[in-house]
Design a protein around this ligand. Structure first.
Ligand code: T5A
Ligand code: NA
Length: 213
């Protein structure tokens, strides 16, 4: 597909296990970029509200509805595809997106189930071709630090043993280009490390760095 060139917004993604601080850092970064004159929106996946798949995903996560494991994996991926045109439109219109979870979560949480026939390669396949983030910020939080944070709610994946497997799955997915931040630091310390890098990425995208897939 012919890539549109020219100035555009940046796609900055936060990934990590539950309670690593994604929501906190997503909103801090969006506010900081905005205060520096960057047009920015905060998004999160799964989008439980504005999509056809969102309702089913919400019911599944809340434990109100069971689904075949492959089917729910494909629904999470479809949830990203449903938003992909709007995502590209936003970037090309010059709006940067600070996003809480995306395809790496999709693979890590499904692969962590360790089910036959659902290895990482199978899990990655339906996301192939999605617009790729310009920066992946991985908030690294070990078990002890995660356990010290506010208790898990009742959602499906919020169990310590499963989170360990998710963490291991993320380690397998990690790429050298990721910004890995020690998420046991203070909110402010974490934010400062991310902001510096994010500003550089925003500048490169403004200069027309093409969107990867
Ligand atoms: N999923 C998702 C899939 O299975 N497949 C997929 O394809 C996708 C996209 C979504 C669930 O769906 C799964 C993964 C998830 O299980 P969600 O609604 O996005 O769930 O929920 P989470 O992302 O897990 O959100 P959490 O609320 O668990 O965690 P956050 O956003 O990482 O953390 P945050 O910022 O809310 O902070 C958690 C707590 O820690 C404190 C905060 O105040 C809060 O109390 N905190 C800190 N405390 C000390 N030091 C710091 N530096 C702190 N930062 C935050
Ligand atoms: Na969150």
């Amino acid at each position: 597909m012919q890539q549109q060139q020219g100035p555009r917004g940046a796609f900055i993604l936060f990934e990590g296990v539950d309670r690593c601080g994604k929501s906190t850092q997503t909103s801090l970064l969006a506010k900081a970029l905005q205060s520096k004159g960057v047009a920015v929106e905060s998004w999160n996946f799964p989008d439980r509200k504005n999509t056809v798949t969102g309702h089913a995903i919400n019911e599944y996560l809340a434990g109100k509805q069971d689904h075949n494991d492959r089917a729910i994996h494909l629904l999470f991926s479809a949830n990203r595809w449903e938003k992909s045109d709007a995502l590209l439109r936003a970037l090309h219109s010059g709006t940067s997106l600070v996003v809480d979870r995306y395809a790496y979560s999709g693979v890590a949480y499904s692969a962590a189930k360790a089910l036959p026939g659902m290895d990482a390669a199978w899990c990655k396949a339906p996301d192939a071709g999605l617009p790729a983030p310009d920066l992946v910020v991985y908030l690294e939080l070990d078990n002890a630090a995660a356990a010290a944070r506010a208790g898990f709610g009742g959602e499906r994946y919020e169990k310590a043993e499963f989170q360990d497997r998710v963490r291991a799955a993320f380690q397998q997915l990690k790429e050298p280009s990721w910004l890995v931040v020690d998420a046991s630091q203070s909110v402010e310390q974490i934010h400062e490390q991310i902001l510096a890098e994010a500003l550089q990425v925003v500048r490169r995208c403004k200069e027309g760095q093409p969107i990867q897939q």
